[in-house]
Unconditional design. Structure first.
Length: 142
């Protein structure tokens, strides 16, 4: 795998001056399981990734491409920002408010509000975060 850790194949759905938008089908580990229909735990979703590249004009809608993170650490950083940090915010607020004597309903709503505030701040910082997490794109030959 070298220096890139996360790779997904996808299809170009739109291009811009310096950006290519790729739709990828991301599947969970259990989606390949033969019992996924009974279990219901398997999931698959289409994700759209915006890849900034100076060669965006070379890509056409429908092209098969491979999208990869530049470094493995970027994947870990993305997971931390999207899942671990908000869980930490939720749990700290919930436990703190319950320990301070707040009712369960108030504590739960306040904790969810804290997570909402966290995602709002993350949204406001999206440009800065986007500058740190970069994708590469490669055309796939058939």
């Amino acid at each position: 795998m070298g220096n890139t850790g996360i790779r997904h194949r996808g299809e170009v759905i739109r291009t811009g001056d310096t950006k290519v938008y790729v739709r990828m089908k991301v599947e969970s580990a259990c989606s390949a399981c033969h019992a996924r229909g009974v279990c219901g735990a398997g999931d698959a979703a289409d994700k759209v990734v915006e890849v900034e590249t100076p060669s965006a004009a070379e890509y056409r809608v429908g092209d098969e491409v491979e999208v990869a993170l530049l470094r493995k650490s970027m994947g870990a950083k993305s997971v931390m920002l999207a899942y671990v940090a908000p869980f930490f915010v939720l749990m700290v607020l919930l436990v703190t408010l319950l320990a301070a004597g707040a009712g369960e309903g108030v504590a739960a709503l306040s904790a969810m509000g804290g997570v909402l505030l966290y995602y709002g701040v993350l949204y406001l910082l999206r440009e800065r975060i986007g500058n740190e997490i970069k994708f590469t794109i490669t055309k796939q030959t058939k």
